[in-house]
Write a protein that binds this ligand. Structure first.
Ligand SMILES: [Zn+2]
Ligand SMILES: [Zn+2]
Length: 173
């Protein structure tokens, strides 16, 4: 099955930092290890909470500033994940293996999907537009099997919200 919820991170911090010229401080190591071991994408507030568990002295400014430096250096990526959970932004460690973020507009579940098609897009851009891709980010919105299952039982899913049942006498779709 090609669907995965969490892809194995392939580049370690030391390797990434060396590639990008990022100075390794204890705070950056901490943030990186939190993101590396997180089972899901975390927002800045969740990263701060995790960081405080391991280093109670760390403050919000330090964590947020380091997130922005690490993002600028290409060590981590900031994602909006289709804004399925509002205006929050999420972070993940930059990965050697590119993946798409696929979200369900009904239940909000998000998973990562790896496909050779992403490499094919990069190659096509290079060939057709003489463009060298540094990184690609693809986000896809749709409906998961579980939510479509509910739909088949008489519910209609529209614009991310479940609306009245088809069997309701008053509903007209
Ligand atoms: Zn769903
Ligand atoms: Zn991801």
């Amino acid at each position: 099955m090609p669907m995965v919820h969490n892809i194995r991170r392939q580049a370690g911090l030391a390797e990434l930092a060396q590639q990008r010229g990022l100075r390794l401080t204890s705070q950056r190591r901490l943030i990186f290890s939190i993101l590396e071991s997180a089972p899901t994408h975390l927002n800045a507030k969740q990263i701060l909470e995790e960081a405080r568990k391991q280093d109670p002295g760390i403050d919000q400014v330090t964590v947020y500033r380091n997130l922005s430096v690490m993002k600028r250096m290409g060590v981590i990526d900031e994602l909006d994940l289709l804004h399925l959970r509002g205006e929050e932004h999420y972070y993940e460690v930059r990965q050697l293996r590119e993946h798409c973020h696929v979200g369900c507009l009904s239940c909000g579940q998000m998973f990562e999907f790896v496909t050779p098609a992403m490499k094919a897009i990069n190659k096509a851009l290079e060939k057709e537009c003489n463009y060298k891709v540094a990184y690609a980010r693809i986000e896809i919105g749709g409906y998961c099997a579980k939510c479509r299952g509910k739909e088949e039982q008489g519910k209609v899913i529209q614009k991310g919200k479940r609306v009245r049942s088809l069997t309701s006498a008053t509903s007209r779709i």
